[in-house]
Ligand binder design. Structure first.
Ligand code: PHE
Length: 471
């Protein structure tokens, strides 16, 4: 169903749009994922490549996604379809990415929820015990599942009603709180003796650490953290008023998101080195290090920890509702379902995936798909393949299948705003980005352990492409 662009509802205010887009971008990707990837990939070299990807790829793709969304006034699948039916698959690929990310994201969201309560019930009693507590918690069969269900129910409640309302009010308070708390943690963290080593780890590159895998991880993370490559920002752009300056908005969102990630890194690594912990500890990093810092803050520790995990939970929620929304919008727009039905139906399947992901941390740790457990399966499939390919397809679509004048018109709001770097942006999108993603993908796949999973992912995309016109 095609809607007239004049009927499309718009964001109430510029601030509302910025909050929604920044809310989608800033989430577990910044606070949970960025630090542990940095730790697994050698510290500062990873950060440098990540920043390169953000500046030269992510920002341009975000601008392109907003432009495509606003030009077509349609959510992602419709946006592609309306221009060229052979491209429908690129939109559907995005929906699948959203769906699969929801196969593990709520599990981590559930951990964060659980940690709110744990902050008050003994988590901080012994600063040396946080790693054991985390490992025992996630490997348990039932407890993390309960929290995942609660987290998912919160998502469903928000999305079934249509976004806005409570979540906006909560995020207006808790997102700034998150930033303030990060500053508090950073200040505390760098005062521990031995913290300097952590700073060196973040800022002194050791280039011998770089492999194809590092490139792919940094590229994937830049998409994940900015919510790109899956149609989320296309959808958000479709609600954007014509007068709004797309490049300026994209720049602020990218800047906020990057600041969030770097602050999380600064909050964690100095303390981590001071405590003699292992940087490559994996997905438990924030849940181990941050409580260990709060545990050293005396009687205000538990309450600070509670507020931190509350803020993290809300940051996660504003991201996962945007993920769920992409899936739900597809079912509504393209499959003719009503909102409630679409939300409930997709959430039931998502719940099934989350159960598998959560159990793969313990009970089902022996069950492998393409050599990895369920959690890693959903994570690697989306973050290392689908998002990057989705981003590449979007740039090819914008660069080669849309009219340059149309894009220019969109990005200058019909001449009302300046975009002096239009030519640079256009060339990045048309030539540079598809080539760089292609090169990173080839080098990355050559280096990565999970080759069969990578080929499975690419095969899935190929099959989607074959049936594009039927989707
Ligand atoms: N950007 C979100 C985060 O950093 C995750 C996300 C990815 C949200 C893709 C929407 C789309 O947590």
């Amino acid at each position: 169903m095609k809607r007239e662009r004049t009927q499309r509802e718009n964001w109430g205010t510029r601030f509302g749009f910025l909050m929604a887009a920044a809310g989608s971008a800033i989430g577990l990707g910044n606070i949970w994922r960025f630090p542990y990837l940095t730790g697994e990939h050698g510290g500062s070299v990873f950060i440098i490549i990540y920043l390169f990807c953000i500046a030269f790829i992510g920002l341009s793709i975000m601008i392109a996604e907003f432009a495509v969304g606003r030009r077509t006034s349609l959510a992602s699948v419709g946006a592609y379809k309306s221009q060229n039916r052979s491209w429908t698959f690129a939109g559907v690929l995005g929906v699948l990415s959203g769906f699969f990310i929801m196969g593990f994201y709520p599990v981590v969201g559930g951990w964060s929820l659980a940690y709110m309560l744990k902050s008050l019930t003994g988590l901080l009693a012994n600063p040396g015990a946080t790693a054991d507590i985390f490992n025992a918690f996630v490997a348990a069969p039932v407890e993390p599942l309960i929290w995942t269900v609660i987290y998912l129910v919160l998502n469903v409640a928000i999305v079934a009603r249509g976004i806005s309302g409570g979540i906006e009010a909560a995020s207006k308070v808790l997102m700034p709180t998150l930033f303030v708390l990060l500053i508090v943690i950073i200040v505390k963290g760098v005062t521990f003796p031995g913290a300097g080593e952590g700073l060196a780890y973040l800022f002194r590159p050791d280039w011998s650490q770089v492999t194809g895998n590092t490139l792919l991880a940094a590229l994937g993370q830049s998409f994940f953290t900015l919510s790109l490559g899956m149609g989320c920002m296309i959808t958000y752009g479709s609600y954007l008023r014509k007068e709004e300056n797309i490049p300026a908005n994209a720049l602020s969102i990218v800047a906020m998101d990057t600041m969030g990630a770097l602050m999380a890194g600064l909050a964690i690594f100095p303390a981590l080195f001071a405590f003699g912990m292992e940087p490559a500890a994996g997905p438990g990093l924030v849940f181990v290090v941050v409580p260990a810092i709060f545990a050293r803050m005396g009687s205000i520790g538990p309450i600070m920890s509670l507020v931190f995990f509350a803020a993290l939970t809300v940051a996660a929620l504003t991201s996962s509702i945007s993920l769920l929304e992409v899936v739900v919008a597809y079912l509504i727009d393209e499959r003719g379902m009503d909102r409630k039905r679409a939300t409930y139906l997709s959430s039931i399947v998502i719940m099934g995936m989350c159960v598998l992901s959560s159990l793969s941390m313990g009970t089902l740790s022996g069950v492998k798909l393409f050599g990895v457990g369920f959690f890693d399966f959903f994570d690697i499939l989306t973050d290392k393949i689908f998002l990057a390919v989705g981003g590449m397809l979007l740039t090819i679509f914008a660069g080669w299948f849309m009219k340059k004048e149309d894009l220019k018109d969109e990005l200058t709001s019909g001449g009302a705003v300046e975009f002096g770097l239009f030519e640079l942006w256009y060339n990045l999108v048309k030539y540079f980005i598809p080539v760089v993603i292609g090169v990173f993908a080839i080098v990355g796949i050559a280096a990565i352990e999970q080759k069969s999973l990578m080929f499975f992912g690419l095969f899935l995309i190929f099959v989607l492409g074959l049936f594009s016109k039927k989707l």
